[in-house]
Write a new protein. Structure first.
Length: 272
């Protein structure tokens, strides 16, 4: 049965569909020894030999779902041209080829989801704008109540001080805050805090969709059980339903056009 090359590559656990498209466009994909650069090209995974980035796409019926607690100063990919540590350094004992779904900042730590399930990965990336995420951030200085409310409004989420043993006392000079957001890029969180005079010193992603990294030690990973996978699938499906981006090229309709109304009013005044 013919399938798109990016789907075959993703199912084989070599790369996500998005990355597979980059591999195709850059001439790093071969079908039966012939380089293919057309994104719409198809192949039969049972009959054709598909190679991507020097690896043969061997489909496996066994799906692997991993939750990793990425340490800081680790690139959230499986290879880095600059020689920095990557997720591969921590995937000891994983026989199946898996790839990370989405990215996490180099300096940040916390939850990273890896799998060889290309279909789930594609749906998860598509719904990423609506998936809930929770971060712990340590900032320079203390945010005022007004700043907390302003930040929550700007991010359309929730922001509050962390309390407990992890908060380093009742009134630390550089406290930790919990930030719950959905559909907001991490760079905006950093940018808003910097604009308020409180740059981020440390950041840790505690929750990604339905996954809680609190159950994994930093630098380790664990395999999700069937119940956790089913819950993640439901969360992704719900996010896909709630988030329906406008088709490319479509123009958003403005419900009110004050400039046009002002022009009409000025025209009536001139006629009088």
């Amino acid at each position: 049965m013919l399938e798109r090359l990016q789907k075959i590559i993703a199912r084989a656990g070599i790369a996500s569909r998005r990355h597979a498209e980059d591999l195709i466009s850059s001439g790093q994909v071969r079908v039966n020894g012939v380089v293919v650069t057309e994104l719409g090209a198809k192949a039969d995974p049972e009959r054709d030999r598909v190679e991507a980035a020097g690896r043969v796409a061997q489909l496996s019926d066994t799906h692997v779902y991993l939750l990793m607690n990425k340490p800081p100063e680790v690139v959230s990919t499986l290879a880095d041209p600059e020689g920095r540590r990557t997720l591969r350094n921590f995937l000891v004992g994983v026989s199946e080829r898996v790839f990370p779904v989405g990215r996490l900042d180099y300096a940040a730590s916390g939850a990273v989801f890896l799998t060889n399930d290309g279909d789930l990965a594609a749906r998860m990336l598509k719904s990423s704008a609506a998936l809930p995420q929770t971060y712990w951030v340590k900032v320079k200085g203390r945010l005022t109540d007004i700043q907390l409310k302003s930040l929550a409004h700007l991010l359309n989420g929730k922001v509050f001080p962390l309390r407990g043993t992890h908060a380093a006392g009742k009134n630390p000079p550089n406290p930790w805050y919990e930030v719950q957001i959905s559909g907001v890029r991490r760079d905006l969180l950093r940018r808003h805090l910097l604009g308020m005079g409180h740059p981020v010193e440390k950041m840790k992603r505690m929750k990604l969709a339905s996954l809680d990294v609190d159950t994994v030690r930093e630098g380790d990973y664990r395999e999700l059980d069937a119940t956790e996978v089913a819950k993640l699938v439901r969360t992704v499906d719900r996010a896909l339903t709630e988030h329906k981006p406008a088709p490319s090229g479509a123009k958003t309709r403005r419900l009110w056009r004050p400039r046009r109304e002002m022009v009409k009013k000025m025209a009536k005044v001139k006629k009088k």
